[in-house]
Design a protein around this ligand. Sequence first.
Ligand SMILES: [Zn+2]
Ligand SMILES: [Zn+2]
Length: 311
Amino acid sequence: MKKTILGLCLISTLYSYAQKLEIIPLGVYGGGIESNLSCYLIGVEESQSYIALDAGTIRAGIEKTIEHRTFNTTTENILQNYIKGYFISHGHLDHLSGLIINSPDDSRKPIYGLPFVIDVFKNNYFRNSSWANFGSEGEKPIIGKYQYKALSPYQTFELENTSLTAEVFELSHVNPQKSSAILVRNNDEYILYFGDTGADRVEKTDNLNKIWEYIAPLIQNKNLHTILIEVSFPNLQPENKLYGHLTPNLLQEELTKLDHLSNHSLEGINIVITHLKPKGDQIKIIKQELESNNPFKVNYIFPEQGKKIPL
Ligand SMILES: [Zn+2]
Ligand SMILES: [Zn+2]
């Protein structure tokens, strides 16, 4: 009997060890370099089943994963079989152009998004005047390769052909323009990904604060260990020229609220900085500004294209 219990414990330990989430970036910047724009594959380790969180760059990022030996297979296999679907945070080109350009070579799969994102695909991109309609609705002829899955905020849904579930939240990206975030869940493990967003004070909204309130218990319980969030500009960027983005100081302002709501549980949490705009020496400055002022002792991570993020 003792042996059985010990065996079961061992199996369950191995099981939970094997079931961790991983993130592999196919693109990390928020503009400028067209071969390296926002796209993060999220899935359970070894499952070869991923959801792409945004899709600014696909093929050039896949090729980097092969170059860095993150994956050991063909570009076509990763594009068609590893990527089980896309979550698109908002309609800007740096978040979806890779999906559109690669659509003729892709396989059938869903596109998840809030209704305003699905509308951008239907009304702007998957139209005969700009491309062919690879979507499942809209202008005829409808090719129907991508099934639109219109989501509702704060409602749990399943990510098809994976073991993951998720919830999405609305963000403000130059009010009244919107963007969105997604909270991905695998068993009792969570990762939160933000599309482009401004700070609540600058955007005159409470979208971020509502998310902080919602996730604070998950942070306290250590179920949520990683947040991917944008910092597009250094602190010098004037607040009236942020175009719905964050600076290191504004991220700090938001984290201060989360720290308070989570009863000071932020120490050691992974904050993956996305969407850096690679102009001049901005990236160097942003990294310095984040690391030189880190009162909550979070673990800042700067992701690299094609390399698994060390979580
Ligand atoms: Zn962007
Ligand atoms: Zn944007």
